[in-house]
Design a binder for this molecule. Structure first.
Ligand SMILES: Nc1ncnc2c1ncn2[C@@H]1O[C@H](COP(=O)(O)OP(=O)(O)OP(=O)(O)O)[C@@H](O)[C@H]1O
Ligand SMILES: [Mg+2]
Length: 381
């Protein structure tokens, strides 16, 4: 029995118990969320630094599944400064998308819930904790303050509506007050031009399947930018594209960011893209941040063995090698995390102490932080 459990098998009785317990927990969260007329004081908060547009503070986002609780994001803290790009990197499944979906409050519910922590969103004159804001308020924040460019443009677009109608709808819903149909159409055409679509009038009345992948991705970007959001989340926006189109899309994003001075949270596992786009980099591993710093800190002075491994597994132009480095082993099972450093079993640089509790975040400099025993006693050097 004990052995079976270790291998991930559950008895029917155990599964029933888990799902009953899950329902109790998620019902509690849902009840809280569905309340009407929640007073603003409940979700009003203060930014710790007014120069940040978003502050993630000890965020815990769990999925209560029938196989157990997946701690997809487990104590993540980082800031997204106004007008800057923060790159979020890490292996598949480490919680990058779940972090961004927590900010948008678009988690798959009821099983996906922010169980603790804050996400402070700077609205200029005030700040909201989006994890406590009720649905009706979130609806206004999405699109106007925070918007998301999704990974797969074909699933983000509705195949049975024309491109123009879909962008018009976004403007109508979020920013349509006092605007005539003509105004809205004008804005849509302007957006299509802005993302570099030459035949914008023509594309306006086309269906998604009539466009190429690169054009669709541009449409999705146009949609995300329709209401000049303060924060743009780009979740692997160029993964599905070839490199030339990718370079063009990155250019467009950079120009747009400068034009409307918004912040970008850029999620990718492509370190080359991060090097080109990001001012700050956050490295995630198994639901936690293992290292964060400026792009220079991370690219020129990587400290965590995982970051060092990621850097070593990146091809370098002009350097001839037989085989690219790959980090051995795999990410631990998120339902059953060890009680020591999550990277220890794959780490080739362990030191004394690594078998102890999960390491704390250590400051190597004002900007550079790492969570690793190798740097204990070396703070601020
Ligand atoms: N709806 C869900 N139900 C249960 N578990 C989920 C759900 N969505 C995500 N997870 C789990 O949360 C963890 C983090 O997933 P996430 O999508 O954030 O990974 P990611 O870092 O974005 O990976 P990728 O680079 O592949 O996009 C994974 O272990 C995943 O299995
Ligand atoms: Mg993802």
């Amino acid at each position: 029995m004990a052995k079976k459990k270790q291998e991930g098998y559950l008895s029917a009785r155990e599964a029933r118990r888990i799902s009953r317990e899950n329902r109790r927990i998620t019902n509690g969260f849902e009840k809280q969320r569905k309340r009407k007329n929640v007073p603003e004081e409940e979700y009003l908060t203060r930014m710790h630094d007014a120069n940040n547009s978003v502050e993630f503070d000890d965020l815990h986002t769990y999925f209560f599944t029938d196989a157990g609780t997946v701690k997809a994001v487990d104590g993540v803290s980082f800031d997204v400064p106004i007008g800057k790009t923060v790159g979020v990197v890490g292996e598949s499944g480490c919680g990058k998308s779940v972090t961004s979906l927590s900010l948008m409050q678009l988690l798959q519910r009821p099983q996906g819930q922010v169980v603790s922590g804050q996400i402070r969103l700077n609205l200029g004159d005030k700040a909201y904790d989006v994890t406590k804001a009720p649905n009706e308020v979130l609806q206004k924040l999405r699109g106007n303050y925070v918007s998301m460019i999704f990974q797969e443009p074909m699933t983000a677009l509705n195949p049975v509506f024309r491109i123009g109608e879909q962008i018009n709808e976004v403007i109508e819903l979020h920013d349509g007050e006092g605007k005539s149909a003509e105004d809205i159409k004008g804005r849509t055409i302007e957006l299509l031009k802005m993302v570099g679509i030459a035949n914008s009038e023509g594309v306006y009345s086309m269906f998604p399947h009539e466009l190429s992948g690169g054009m669709r991705q541009r449409v999705v970007i146009a949609m995300a930018l329709a209401c000049n959001p303060k924060v743009i989340i780009a979740d692997e926006p160029t993964t599905a594209l070839d490199v030339t189109i990718q370079a063009q899309i990155l250019d467009i994003l950079r120009q747009l960011k400068d034009r409307i001075n918004s912040s970008i949270m850029f999620i990718t596992h492509d370190l080359g893209v991060i090097a080109e786009m990001a001012d700050y980099v956050v490295v995630m591993y198994a639901g936690r941040i293992v290292e964060k710093g400026t792009a220079d800190d991370i690219f020129h002075h990587p400290a965590h063995p995982y970051t060092i491994g990621l850097m070593a597994s990146k091809p370098v132009v002009g350097k001839k090698i037989d085989k690219l480095y790959s980090i051995p082993g795999k990410v631990p099972n998120p339902i059953n995390m060890p009680n020591y450093c999550y990277f220890k079993d794959r780490c080739e640089m362990c030191v004394e102490g690594c078998e102890g509790a999960y390491p704390e975040m250590i400051s190597l400099s004002d900007t550079h932080k790492v969570s690793c025993y190798r740097y204990y006693g070396k703070e601020g050097e």
